[in-house]
Design a protein around this ligand. Structure first.
Ligand SMILES: Cc1cc2nc3c(=O)[nH]c(=O)nc-3n(C[C@H](O)[C@H](O)[C@H](O)COP(=O)(O)OP(=O)(O)OC[C@H]3O[C@@H](n4cnc5c(N)ncnc54)[C@H](O)[C@@H]3O)c2cc1C
Length: 378
């Protein structure tokens, strides 16, 4: 512990009822639910970064519940009933986030979502089209109406090249990720949740009497700890089924008369793009080298970035000059199962992680669920 801490500092800033580790969407939602349910709880969120430094401030801002080809893949993994439960969680999760912060604070815009199929995608498009009715039937009891339809008439007006088919879902939307996180942090602070940044947690030790959180700033003491460090969770809780997956992104400079509006998936969701403030944000390409992208290190590779640029030139903006303004990456968490992990991993140490690249839809509920587990244990 830093040698210059005062008696006051140690007594006031290092003792809490609950310590939450990680200030992403899941950690903040856990803190907010706990504080709203039990206002007297003294809660702190410890974040290693100057800003949240995982996925929640780095993502693409799709408020979506799965493109048709993604749903097909997921149904093969978890069965029809399992998939329905997942879709319901994502849909209700989005409603929960919107209710918590309000559409204005998210800049929520329901432009709809599209899945693109290029001329060489014959087999996939046939399969997907044949499943439109099936997935419409599955989601109708959940969202109250059908969602998927073919929208090939829109291909020309969107200006794409080499695209043969589009499947449209009018219930998909986009948000401003920065505004979401800014407002989540402000909401947490307004509820008197204390957030400390630049505080890296290195170890958590719990016994019958107390839980001790060892950090680069000293030891914090609490009754219960919640680990919401997502892709980085194994450094604190080894053995969980969590694999990191880096997502690389780029954004163009503003483009005059940009025709593209909405959220778009391509190649089974491995590529995704959207409009934002007259720009195109494009990400994906983990499938080009799964091993290299299964990392907790931030960074960009020329393989992925060049492929993203080629996609812009050849398919998305074929007749429009563009310049790249920024590139970045974020780290997601994946696992064998599509459900997040929400558990008491060790006595008094809880964990909520692994939203499988769908944290905007799943993060609020995941945070709430782990908070409920903790409340039951108090
Ligand atoms: C490029 C990209 C695009 C994405 N696009 C979408 C999308 O369009 N729609 C969607 O629904 N989802 C998307 N996602 C996924 C979504 O962002 C995540 O599922 C979600 O943000 C996970 O939230 P989290 O709170 O679990 O984790 P994180 O946001 O990763 O939060 C974990 C936090 O823990 C902190 N931390 C880690 N280790 C420690 C430690 N030892 N001590 C203290 N703090 C620590 C990290 O700095 C981080 O802030 C995308 C992700 C990426 C990377």
């Amino acid at each position: 512990m830093s040698s210059n801490l005062s008696y006051w500092e140690k007594a006031t800033f290092f003792n809490f009822d609950i310590v939450i580790i990680g200030s992403g969407i899941v950690g903040l939602n856990a803190a907010i639910h706990l504080k709203k349910t039990c206002p007297l709880l003294k809660i702190i969120v410890l974040e290693r970064g100057f800003l949240p430094s995982g996925a929640s401030t780095k993502n693409a801002g799709f408020a979506c519940f799965g493109s048709l080809s993604e749903l097909m893949e997921q149904e093969a993994i978890c069965g029809t009933e399992g998939l329905m439960l997942l879709i319901e969680k994502r849909w209700k999760g989005l409603l929960k986030l919107r209710t918590l912060l309000g559409d204005e604070n998210l800049d929520y815009r329901q432009f709809g979502g599209y899945e693109l199929f290029t001329n060489d995608d014959d087999a996939t498009i046939e399969q997907c089209v044949s499943k439109i009715e099936h997935y419409n039937k599955l989601i109708t009891p959940i969202i109250g109406t059908q969602a998927f339809c073919l929208a090939n008439d829109k291909i020309k007006s969107l200006g794409f090249n080499n695209v043969q088919n589009l499947i449209y879902n009018q219930y998909e939307a986009q948000i401003d990720t920065g505004k979401m996180m800014f407002n989540l942090i402000q909401l947490a602070q307004s509820l008197q949740i204390f957030i400390l940044n630049n505080c890296q947690v290195n170890e958590i030790i719990s016994d019958d009497k107390q839980t001790v959180i060892h950090t680069n700033q000293g030891k914090f003491y609490c009754k219960k700890a919640i680990v919401t460090t997502n892709a980085f969770v194994k450094s604190l809780l080894p053995g969980l089924d969590v694999e990191p997956g880096r997502g690389q992104v780029l954004i163009t400079k503003p483009i005059e008369n940009l025709k593209i509006e909405g959220t778009f998936h391509y190649n089974k969701g491995f590529y995704y793009f959207r409009n934002i403030n007259d720009r195109i944000l494009l990400g994906g390409g983990r499938n080009l080298d799964f091993n290299a992208e299964a990392t907790t290190e931030f960074g960009e590779t020329s393989l992925v970035q060049n492929t993203l640029e080629m996609l812009l030139t050849n398919i998305i903006l074929p007749n429009t000059p563009f310049e790249i303004d920024q590139r970045w990456s974020g780290i997601m968490a994946f696992g064998k199962y599509l459900e997040p992990i929400i558990t008491e991993a060790k006595p008094n140490i809880f964990c909520a992680a692994r939203c499988n690249g769908m944290g905007i839809a799943m993060g609020s509920q995941t945070g709430t669920d782990v908070a409920e587990l903790v409340l039951k244990s108090l």
